[in-house]
Design a protein around this ligand. Structure first.
Ligand code: ADP
Length: 264
């Protein structure tokens, strides 16, 4: 823990001595550290694509590239890095909005099944040509929820996108379930992909954390997806955890109280 100690003399008429004040500033110190890390990581993540774009601009300005195909390739790469910068900034804005808690939410009724279906439709280009088995298991009414649909769509998209891209298996299995209880619902998203090593588990919800293999540019992502997922669940009063057996499966479990999201 972190403490701040302040000493002050006693008023003149009092007996000799001094006030000693001890403040527990652990929470502030940790919050400040999280903020500093966020700024440092965000700057680093944005600087990399910006530096690359500047490099390409300089190359084009030098006039050394005359061939139209090569010029077009440079522009395509610049566009890709530009899009990455926009995605990082959009993700950061989403996190900062969600950090305001439920006040950031626009509550409306919808079904969990429709959200999952929309996310799968959105991700269908990633599934093209892959042997995919999708199992959806929801109550007959589709699983009634009240929440901010925009964020729930994004939550299922983030979880399913990870499940697809972290899965090199020819046979891809995606399983999404929803169970409704008296006061909460339990949503699970599972895949049969590469899984997450035990030493990475404590970090996956941290901003900008990416599995180490991902420093290669082929697998897209900002490292903010699961932070947004966790913030979304927390803004709706819920909790999220996961279990993973590397090489076998990964399951995310979300519990959301029904009362907290009631329009009531
Ligand atoms: P991103 O996907 O942009 O890298 P995320 O915050 O969504 O960032 O995920 C953080 C990391 O957690 C990923 O880089 C990956 O290593 C790991 N991860 C997330 N979901 C899965 C999954 N379903 N299977 C295996 N690893 C996963």
């Amino acid at each position: 823990r972190h403490y701040l100690i302040e000493a002050a003399p006693l008023p003149a008429k009092a007996e000799a001595g001094a006030w000693l004040m001890v403040y527990d500033i652990t929470e502030q110190t940790l919050a400040e550290q999280v903020r500093k890390d966020f700024v440092a990581n965000a700057s680093h993540e944005l600087r990399t694509p910006l530096t690359l774009i500047n490099g390409y601009i300089e190359t084009l300005q030098s006039g050394l590239i005359k061939d139209e195909t090569a010029m077009r390739r440079c522009l395509d790469v610049m566009e890709k890095h530009g899009k990455r910068i926009i995605r990082i900034i959009e993700d950061m804005l989403t996190i900062s909005r969600l950090e305001n808690g439920s006040s950031a939410l626009n509550l409306e009724p919808f079904t969990a099944r429709s959200c999952v279906q929309d996310a799968l439709d959105h991700l269908s280009p990633m599934l093209e040509g892959r042997d995919t088995r999708i199992q959806l298991d929801f109550p007959p009414d589709g699983g009634q929820m009240v929440g901010d649909r925009f964020y729930w769509d994004q939550l299922f998209t983030n979880l399913l996108e990870n499940a697809i891209k972290e899965n090199p298996n020819p046979g891809l299995i995606l399983k999404v379930t929803g169970q409704w209880f008296a006061d909460h619902c339990l949503l699970t998203v599972a895949d049969n992909g590469i899984g997450i090593a035990a030493h990475d588990l404590p970090f996956v919800f941290k901003r900008f954390f990416r599995g180490h293999k991902h420093h290669s540019p082929e697998i897209k992502g900002t490292g903010l997806g699961l932070s947004i997922v966790r913030r979304t669940v927390e803004a709706h009063g819920g909790t999220i955890d996961l279990t993973s057996t590397p090489g076998v499966e990964t399951t995310f479990r979300i519990r959301v109280p029904l009362a907290a999201t009631s329009l009531g």
